[in-house]
Ligand binder design. Structure first.
Ligand code: PRP
Ligand code: URA
Length: 209
């Protein structure tokens, strides 16, 4: 079974409080999501491979490590996943970015794929699927399935907030996937919203409430 990692660093918990607050305006919401994504990027890259290099310090040669290049791909689920891309690129600037467009049908809650564009070498990269919300898990599962169908094998999922139902759905459909969260909430409501959650992530990021 893939790991479930809740990144509960005090700075993340602090910022999540303001992200959840309905009185946080669009500009601050966007900045906070960006900052939490950066902090989570630190955690999700904890086990990326390193290679040795020698550098000359002013007094000697030191055998050091660098992250082996060109190995990460970020796959935001449109729209709301876009809000976490820049924050991650601050720590992983060499990552390439692919996009998967999925929208939940508000009645059935089923995701509909309307767009996909991946880096040409996606199958060789560790792909991090990014979406602020893991609610029923339908969108994340569809995105992961789409990547697997195209031959991608190394995949992680990173979300801000999940409902237990969404975690369970991903673990059942894709038991090989590690899931990284900033918070695990209580439940879903009858409209598929995470409780207490933060509301509609896409609307709050892009001011379309
Ligand atoms: C939201 C969210 C996830 C999805 C989660 O997107 O960003 O993609 O719902 O729900 P699920 O786990 O039940 O699938 P939405 O469909 O509202 O699209 P948007 O990002 O364009 O607002
Ligand atoms: N999508 C959101 O944006 N918020 C939720 O609570 C659930 C799905």
């Amino acid at each position: 079974m893939g790991r479930l990692i809740v990144c509960d660093h005090p700075l993340i918990q602090h910022k999540m409080t303001f992200i959840r607050d309905k009185n946080t305006n669009t500009k601050d919401f966007r900045e906070l999501v960006d900052e939490v994504a950066t902090l989570m990027a630190y955690e999700i890259t904890r086990d990326v491979p390193l290679v040795s290099v020698n550098v000359e310090t002013p007094v000697a040669v030191a055998e050091c490590k660098v992250v082996s290049g060109r190995m990460v791909g970020l796959i935001p689920i449109l729209r709301a996943g876009l809000g976490m891309v820049e924050g991650m690129l601050k720590l992983i600037p060499s990552a390439k970015v692919g996009h998967i467009g999925l929208a939940r049908n508000p009645e059935t809650l089923r995701p509909v794929e309307y767009y996909i564009n991946l880096p040409t070498d996606a199958t060789e990269r560790l792909l991090i699927v990014i979406d602020p919300m893991l609610a029923t898990g339908g969108s994340a599962n569809a995105a992961i399935e789409s990547l697997k169908n195209r031959g991608c094998k190394q995949i992680k999922l990173m979300c801000l907030i999940a409902a237990p139902e969404g975690v369970e759905a991903v673990q059942k459909a894709h038991p090989d996937i590690d899931i990284y969260l900033a918070a695990l909430d209580s439940r879903l409501d009858e409209h598929g919203y995470i409780i207490p959650g933060l509301g509609d992530a896409g609307d709050r990021l892009f001011g379309t409430m």
